[in-house]
Write a protein that binds this ligand. Structure first.
Ligand SMILES: Cc1cc2nc3c(=O)[nH]c(=O)nc-3n(C[C@H](O)[C@H](O)[C@H](O)COP(=O)(O)O)c2cc1C
Length: 227
């Protein structure tokens, strides 16, 4: 498919058929994604392709607490875990996470509760010894290091689209990073960057809701005229 079309229409997919995604297909995705840009070309990514049911369940179990916290904060009108936020409002919202978990337990469960049933989970790790994190020493929240991993993650999802596959990037399991690292035998100098859920989509959403360029791009200064 056309590159521009793919960039404009590749939505997150969280529902998959039972069709397996064989190793050779995952290999093709990674073989394409490895050309992603990254700081200093250090290629600090590692990928654990998780198929084993116990390990998939361990990833799901690490995902769920953060998911319920996310729902509670979103329900309170917050941007969950925004580095700059109203911490008091966040604390009070988090009290609702238990209710979110109970409501989920009473129902059939969604993507999060069934994460272990996704055809394949790609756990993306960042080698902190090779990550060019130029804002490492700032007092504010550091951001630049992830930029060496997430283009790679996005390239995997675009490559999946080209195969008729689909998926979603998730970061919720990072709330319980130590458990994921332990379950997969990952050394401590790695960070959990994302878990990609990948499979054959039940439906591929292509009409995405995004703000127009003029809402986020200005000329010459932050308060300059909209582009
Ligand atoms: C860095 C990042 C973290 C994300 N984390 C999660 C996640 O933990 N769980 C999830 O279901 N979706 C997650 N998403 C998917 C977003 O919810 C999705 O990209 C966004 O809502 C836009 O959806 P759309 O492309 O279908 O319009 C994440 C996406 C990114 C880029």
């Amino acid at each position: 498919m056309e590159l521009i079309d793919a960039l404009r229409t590749t939505g997150a997919v969280r529902a998959f058929t039972d069709e397996p995604v064989p190793d050779e297909v995952v290999h093709r995705l990674l073989d394409t994604a490895r050309f992603a840009p990254n700081g200093g070309n250090r290629q600090a990514w590692k990928v654990v392709v998780v198929r084993d049911p116990d390990r998939k369940r361990a990833v799901r179990d690490a995902y769920l607490p953060g998911w319920y916290q996310y729902l509670a904060m979103a329900a309170a009108g917050l941007t969950p875990w925004a580095p700059v936020t109203d911490l008091e409002a966040e604390r009070s919202a988090l009290a609702g996470a238990g209710e979110q978990a109970a409501a989920a337990a009473a129902g059939p469960g969604g993507f999060a509760e069934h994460l272990d049933e996704v055809p394949v989970l790609l756990v993306l790790l960042a080698d902190l010894r090779r990550l060019a994190a130029v804002d490492r020493d700032f007092d504010r929240y550091t951001l630049a290091g992830g930029a060496s991993i997430y283009p790679f993650a996005w390239s995997i999802l675009l490559a999946a689209r080209a195969e008729g596959l689909a998926g979603v990037m998730t970061t919720m399991a990072t709330r319980h990073e130590p458990e994921v690292l332990a379950a997969l035998g990952v050394p401590e100098h790695f960070a959990l960057a994302a878990v990609l859920a990948v499979g054959r989509p039940v439906h591929q959403p292509t009409r995405l809701r995004r703000e127009p360029v003029a809402s986020f791009a200005t000329v010459d200064a932050f308060d300059g005229p909209p582009l």
